[in-house]
Design a protein around this ligand. Sequence first.
Ligand code: ADP
Ligand code: MG
Length: 373
Amino acid sequence: MTVLVGLMSGTSLDGISAAVVRFNESADGIGVELLSFVSRPYAPPQRERIAAALIGASPQEYARLDFEMGGWLADAAVAAIAECGVARADIAAIASHGHTIWHDPPRATWQLGNAAVIAERARLAVVSDFRSRDVAAGGQGAPLVTIADAMLFSSRDKWRATLNLGGIANVQLLPPGGALESVRAFDTGPGVGVIDAVVRTLFPALAFDVDGALARQGAPNTAVVDSLLRGAFFSEPPPKSTGRELFTPAYVTALIEACRAAKPGCTSEDIVATATSLTARGVAIAFEKFIPEPVDEVLISGGGALNLALVDALRTSLSKVVVPFENFYFDGEAKEAVAFAFLGWLHLQGRAGNVPNATGARGPRILGSLTPA
Ligand SMILES: Nc1ncnc2c1ncn2[C@@H]1O[C@H](COP(=O)(O)OP(=O)(O)O)[C@@H](O)[C@H]1O
Ligand SMILES: [Mg+2]
């Protein structure tokens, strides 16, 4: 039995997720138990600093933000450890994804959140920088949650898809039993990122469309959605990954302006509904074009699974059973942090963490770098 802390700061910029997880490998497979989960929202000044760094900052600002973010990540880890019921001495390591500042495979990928700072503050070993090795090996550096989904969350007897609705949406196609050779995964396009950005622009007091209430009060503009879905990303065959580099503030501004130009009386709620429809139909297109596997159940996780308008739109656009991940396992908001804890667990054993047919890398690689306690 090994306990690790997984740390994730996702593209939606909502905050830091920290999960303390116990892994237990036996002849029956690998058992996973979520011991505690905390999600610490960024204060607006923190979020603004990261958002500014995504667009461009000075070398001084990048260096400082790297160190400060290390402190924020350590604080989240310490808070999760306080709730987990396991002594710090029994925790093997912290596995930290950090926050992606630039993801541009095959050229580069870069996450902030200095591992030495985390190790000092939390007094634990840290495994970090998970994406670089896969990109260096010719991969997309994403999705990296695939191996966790295959080894921990596949069905014994049927094909299953797991769909994480974070800032970006990604899907994993898991064969019965989770055999890695047949697993595929890719980013389908925007998750809640575009919806969040539209909401933050049109309703500055809100960080996201709570429960999907705004989208429910509006009507999507189908013509605008159709035209955005003709964008190159949606027809590019997998493996593919994306980040905020494609679904940028300019993309969001263009969406808002297209809605207003197409229908003069359109309300802000209509625009949120349009972003929500774009997100759901982006996922549906990925299934239609690129997923021939006989999947009937789709397990949804990530914060977007709490957006009920998005979930309804998905149920309408996808001809599949859409089930919340937590109906089968645990709180779906914790899933990505758990996946990074699992990648850390694999690293400590010298086992590969990428799935080459998901990332496109030349082969399996041990992911991450170790900073000793
Ligand atoms: N109650 C809720 N209602 C609607 N959306 C929600 C709710 N809670 C979280 N979300 C959405 O989930 C997002 C965060 O999801 P998360 O899985 O953490 O994404 P990421 O990994 O990209 O940070 C928020 O920005 C928001 O869009
Ligand atoms: Mg998040």
